[in-house]
Design a protein around this ligand. Structure first.
Ligand code: ZN
Length: 295
């Protein structure tokens, strides 16, 4: 079957509604200490309190009580890859994690940045200082991220969306559970593993996670997930939904946030989307610039 997927940037609010917002999430009491991902029921396997979103994203308030210690550790690997991917840009925001403010270490350029308090960012450098430039009252800094596996970053988003999802909906995603549980599992789902990424959003200190559900007849996946961490905004369309098997794959329309539309210097429009279906560890070059405030 011929598959054709296009993006639509002006109708997300017409097609999707906010279905579960993290700030309102509560684990259903009937699900306490029954693992949503592996079925574990032994109360001794629920010793650690599982964060709904990882602590390094600024989440200290939202937990889930239906994720066993073993799954919590397993998914921690995916989250570690997400952290490697996004830590540089977000190290310029006072997001408090497990420790008060995390340290960002760039092993290529030999610099370390860390907030001393909410208003003071300290940068220590050793050796050459080529990685930052001051141009027109702006400081520009570059860093190469720590290695990350694209599919693990993607799996962490799917996991966040599954955590928010009610049981009756989650049951439609059976074929995705073994994919999620097995780090080496790489399959081509009917909805490709595409991540939309906007690195320059209005920053947030506490993460925002919203599960969107289709509210009317439209040829797009039933669920989409939006996640905002620091400066970074992400959107995915949840793969493995058995209900999506009836879509017309010759003409899929994906409603996206307008932030993901890019424009090149020669006026061409594009979409900042990435195919994440790869287990190869990569690094990416990240840049940030900010102005000085004159006193
Ligand atoms: Zn489990």
């Amino acid at each position: 079957m011929e598959k054709s997927i296009s993006y639509v940037a002006d109708n997300i609010g017409e097609v999707y509604e906010e279905y579960v917002v993290m700030a309102e999430y509560k684990t259903a009491e009937s699900e306490y200490q029954i693992c949503k991902y592996c079925g574990e029921k032994d109360p001794n396997k629920f010793k650690s309190k599982a964060h709904l979103l990882p602590e390094f994203t600024g989440n200290k308030e939202w937990f889930c009580y239906n994720e066993c210690d073993n799954c919590n550790n397993k998914f921690g690997v995916y989250e570690y890859n997400l952290k490697n991917f996004g830590a540089f840009k977000n190290s310029h925001l006072p997001i408090s994690g497990k420790k008060k403010f995390p340290k960002y270490v760039d092993g290529n350029n030999n610099f370390v940045t860390q907030f001393k308090n909410e208003n003071t960012l300290i940068m220590n450098t050793k050796g050459n200082n080529d990685f930052y430039k001051i141009v027109d009252d702006k400081i520009k800094i570059e860093s190469i991220t720590m290695p990350f596996v694209p599919l693990y970053v993607y799996k962490s988003f799917v996991k966040f969306a599954f955590s928010l999802m009610e049981k009756k909906d989650y049951e439609q995603f059976c074929s995705g559970i073994s994919w999620l549980n097995n780090p080496k599992s790489i399959v081509e789902p009917i909805i490709p593993n595409t991540m939309l990424y906007y690195p320059n959003g209005k920053p947030v200190i506490k993460p925002i996670a919203i599960l969107l559900k289709r509210k009317k007849d439209y040829n797009c996946p039933e669920f989409s997930f939006v996640f905002i961490w620091g400066f970074l905004t992400f959107q995915i369309f949840l793969p493995f939904n058995s209900k999506d098997e009836t879509l017309d794959y010759s003409n899929i329309q994906l409603p996206i946030l307008s932030e993901f539309i890019t424009k090149t210097s020669d006026g061409k429009f594009g979409v900042s989307h990435f195919d994440m279906n790869s287990l190869t560890r990569i690094q990416s070059l990240e840049k940030i610039s900010f102005g000085f405030r004159k006193k």
